[in-house]
Ligand binder design. Sequence first.
Ligand SMILES: [Zn+2]
Length: 71
Amino acid sequence: MYAKSSSTPFYHLLTEGKDLTLCGRSVVPIVIDRPAKTSSLHLTSDRPTDLELCKECARIDQDQASDEILG
Ligand SMILES: [Zn+2]
């Protein structure tokens, strides 16, 4: 599950509760799998291929992955 909105060219990764992005933005808990014109961050099932991953989310995701390796 990913979060996106039509107002930015980025998509975000989600925390476990799926109500926040990793970078701390709140997400509307609805899934929209077709193009939608909404500036609110909402959920989408598939990785959006037309958008770029948010840099903050990417960094936090990498930090978490390396934490797991280090234990
Ligand atoms: Zn983000």
